[in-house]
Ligand binder design. Structure first.
Ligand SMILES: NC(=O)c1ccc[n+]([C@@H]2O[C@H](COP(=O)([O-])OP(=O)(O)OC[C@H]3O[C@@H](n4cnc5c(N)ncnc54)[C@H](OP(=O)(O)O)[C@@H]3O)[C@@H](O)[C@H]2O)c1
Length: 379
């Protein structure tokens, strides 16, 4: 039997080259060089193993971390130098029904509050009952007429997503706006109830299933000139994300930073593919992705403590307030200028933006879409 020295490792277990994970483009991870040990002096084996593990740590942990913080810095500078988008006055939304995931706090709360103020009936899909009920109370105190309610939804459980949709559908309400807003960032390694990596499971797969199960209601509720809208709250972090179709759960070498970026790129690919499918089928539903910018919310609470302290000091001065972060989401969800919009796309600071090439790669979009359907057993 051959022994291998692996530069990378899978749960401390050497992986023969034949079983090495491949990324979306079908190439092998170069670190997984399998060298027959008998050709090496035993004196070299240990240092080589240490060196290769160091290289692996740099590539799979340090690099994504540095990339994300450098991107954050760049985004913050651009945000400071440009004028923050101000939401124009939006028309009344009486008679419209919206679902906003993670609407109990942060950006989602501001989206719910604004929609409720305009007369929409808003359902907050959230997992923390107390927080969401407090949000409902606060909005009702502010606007006596507000039609806002809470329904339990834990995106880390596919069963919970199914139950949420079932109980929503039992009420025979239309659905004009779905805001896939809930998200987690830099959470420690862990799995959802169904065994998916948390960023991938909550930010992407849970929303995929939710949207899929609600598509018929969205289609029935849209009309020519009054499309139903799916708004996917992504992030600029998508542009450093990589989709590893053979390792979507990041088992090979876990990095919370890479996992967050991957989940936000996946959401963008999903949004774009969904939009095209809907337009091809001639359905009165559009889908777009939105980057809210850098916003002072609880999303950053899993940062490493020294970074968290620095971030919260900087955030109070330089980040957007949640209401400002919600502005582009609201614009994409409500603007009459986007009625019957055939382009979908990616929105940031009130404008449609071009983004990185993988986002437009139809092959990657389709592969991810089909893999997701298989993972969710929706075929
Ligand atoms: N803040 C930023 O700078 C920024 C930048 C780019 C993109 N975004 C995106 O904006 C969205 C909103 O984030 P935020 O900044 O408002 O953060 P936030 O204040 O942490 O809000 C996130 C919301 O998602 C909910 N959520 C988390 N896991 C959930 C689950 N398993 N099931 C249901 N709900 C869940 C949270 O509720 P729990 O109480 O249950 O955790 C919370 O209500 C996220 O998708 C985020 O990635 C934010």
């Amino acid at each position: 039997m051959l022994n291998y020295i692996c530069v990378g490792y899978e749960k401390e277990r050497p992986v023969p080259i034949e079983t090495c994970p491949v990324d979306g483009s079908g190439t092998f991870y170069p670190e997984l060089l399998a060298l027959p040990q008998h050709r090496l002096s035993p004196l070299l084996t240990v240092p080589l193993r240490i060196l290769t593990q160091m290289l692996s740590t740099i590539r799979y942990h340090l690099l994504p971390l540095l990339q994300l913080y450098l991107l954050g810095l760049k985004v913050l500078l651009v945000q400071l130098l440009s004028r923050s988008f101000r939401l124009p006055v939006m028309p009344r939304q009486d008679g419209k029904v919206a679902i906003v995931t993670g609407g109990g706090r942060g950006i989602g709360y501001e989206v719910v509050r604004h929609m409720a103020r305009l007369g929409a009936h808003v359902v907050i899909g959230g997992r923390d009952e107390q927080e969401c009920l407090a949000a409902v109370r606060k909005i009702r105190e502010e606007y006596k007429e507000a039609k806002v309610e809470f329904k339990k939804l834990d995106l880390a459980s596919l069963q919970s997503v199914r139950q949420f949709v079932q109980s929503f559908k039992e009420r025979d309400l239309p659905l004009n706006i779905l805001v896939n807003n809930a998200g987690v960032m830099l959470v420690p390694e862990g799995c959802t109830e169904d065994g998916f990596e948390q960023h991938f499971g909550v930010n992407y797969l849970g929303h995929f299933l939710l949207t899929w199960l609600l598509l018929d209601t969205l289609k029935d509720s849209g009309k020519c000139g009054h499309f139903s809208r799916v708004i996917n709250v992504s992030s600029s972090a998508h542009c450093i994300g990589k989709i590893r179709l053979n390792d979507l759960n990041n088992c090979y070498c876990y990095s919370a930073h890479a996992a967050y970026c991957q989940s936000k790129l996946a959401l963008l690919l999903f949004s774009s593919h969904l939009h095209q499918e809907l337009q091809r089928g001639g359905f009165p539903v559009s889908s777009c992705a939105v980057d809210p910018g850098m916003v002072d919310t609880e999303l950053y609470r899993h940062l490493w403590t020294p970074f968290r302290l620095a971030q919260s000091a900087i955030a109070r001065l330089l980040f957007k307030a949640p209401a400002e972060g919600a502005a582009t989401v609201l614009y994409a969800a409500l603007s009459p200028a986007l009625e019957g919009d055939l382009e979908g796309g990616y929105w940031a600071n009130g404008c449609r933006e071009m983004t990185t090439p993988p986002t437009f790669d139809p092959k990657l979009q389709l592969s991810l879409w089909e893999t997701s359907l298989q993972l969710l057993e929706l075929q």
